[in-house]
Design a protein around this ligand. Structure first.
Ligand code: ATP
Length: 136
């Protein structure tokens, strides 16, 4: 059987490298929609929204929560540069749950001192982390 073509996926943040592996297929949460990338994909650069990077590797799907950033695809290499990124096994569910509740309370309070855009972004990050961890 012909050997399966692979591509390199690197997920990095300003703080650390979250993932680095040769993989078959990855879905990226592009701001214009989800992008499925196979090896030898045409070069592209896209911005990312808060969402899940879904990696197919060795017959399993791994979820990585990313909180916005950019991705570059070139020469069978996918580089994700994210503001924050956590693999599903790295997520602190209690912390994400607490962040979700804080953001919901801020939004529900409706006070004039609330930064709604910021609270909504925090809520999105928390919900995304819970989804990655299989808790939402
Ligand atoms: P919190 O209010 O709990 O700090 P946040 O959305 O404001 O959440 P970020 O600013 O996006 O947090 O991330 C700060 C750092 O903490 C990043 O390194 C991120 O990967 C990490 N992080 C945030 N929430 C979690 C979580 N629930 N589990 C694991 N790591 C997390």
């Amino acid at each position: 059987m012909a050997e399966e073509k692979l591509q390199r996926l690197e997920v990095v943040t300003p703080e650390k490298k979250t993932y680095s592996q040769d993989i078959r297929f990855v879905v990226l949460p592009g701001t214009e929609g989800e992008l499925g990338i196979l090896p030898e994909h045409a070069p592209l650069v896209t911005s990312l929204k808060t969402g899940l990077v879904r990696v197919q590797h060795e017959g399993k799907t791994l979820k990585i929560a990313v909180s916005g950033g950019f991705a570059e695809v070139r020469n069978s290499r996918v580089t994700v540069l994210a503001n924050a990124a956590e693999r599903e096994d790295q997520i602190d569910v209690q912390r994400a749950q607490a962040a979700k509740e804080r953001a919901e309370q801020r939004l529900a309070s409706g006070g004039s001192d609330i930064d709604v855009v910021r609270a909504e972004a925090a809520l999105k990050r928390a919900l995304n982390r819970l989804k990655a961890a299989g808790q939402a």
